[in-house]
Design a protein around this ligand. Structure first.
Ligand SMILES: [Zn+2]
Length: 221
């Protein structure tokens, strides 16, 4: 069966553009991006790279369905729309290869998570919701140049097998979802967790909790 590029997925991907800015996942301009994977074809729908004729500023609402790039799992464009994908495409490809259960990635540059990324510190597990939804602590990856394969490999290592978020040192954050809606909700969870972690240091001494000390084992979920 012939693999098809689906316009509804281009629309779906583009529909998150404005809220990427409004949810404070980026300070603006072209910092950050997101993508989704079609489970049927394996095609990846991803944000475009700005160029001389196409400027992403400041609120991202310029991104429409026709700007969304589509590529195969190896990064070959399958739909020439005149745009190149985000420079962080290698990172998106590496994460999708390593985590087959994941079908959406948000790469954010948010305020409080960036404070941890800037210091190379992991965000410890301080809240039950962080353990339940993000898979535990949020590790800060080793440094890699923007757009490099090293950055891609380092973030895959920091995410491990089951973490839903990790930090790019001196750069930003990465959040994984089963779909774009979940990835954006988890991106908010990450930023909330980072904010609480910082506030808790002002209030007192943060108390870390272990992953086996979260849910009452008698609960039926
Ligand atoms: Zn970035």
């Amino acid at each position: 069966m012939e693999k098809k590029v689906r316009w509804e997925f281009k629309h779906l991907t583009a529909s998150y553009a404005k809220q990427f800015f409004e949810r404070k996942l980026t300070p603006g301009m072209d910092s950050g991006d997101w993508s989704m994977r079609d489970a049927e074809t394996g095609y990846i729908y991803v944000c475009p790279r700005p160029n001389a004729k196409f400027d992403i500023r400041p609120n991202w609402s310029v991104i429409k369905a026709e700007h969304i790039c589509v590529c195969d799992p190896d990064g070959n464009l399958v739909d020439d729309n005149g745009f190149l994908p985000t420079v962080e495409l290698p990172m998106h490809l590496a994460i999708y290869k390593a985590r087959p259960e994941i079908h959406a990635i948000v790469h954010s540059h948010p305020l409080y998570s960036s404070a941890f990324a800037a210091t190379g510190e992991d965000i410890p597990v301080l809240l039950a919701e962080q353990a339940l939804f993000l898979g535990g602590d949020v590790k800060c990856a080793e440094y890699g140049l923007v757009g490099s394969q090293t950055l891609a490999d380092n973030i895959v290592a920091a995410l491990g097998k089951d973490h839903r978020a990790a930090l790019l040192r001196n750069h930003g954050a990465v959040i994984l979802g089963k779909d774009l809606e979940e990835a954006f909700v988890l991106a908010d969870f990450l930023e909330h967790g980072a904010y609480v972690a910082i506030l808790s240091k002002i209030v007192g001494k943060p108390i870390e909790i272990s992953m086996d000390n979260i849910l009452d084992p008698s609960l039926v979920l």
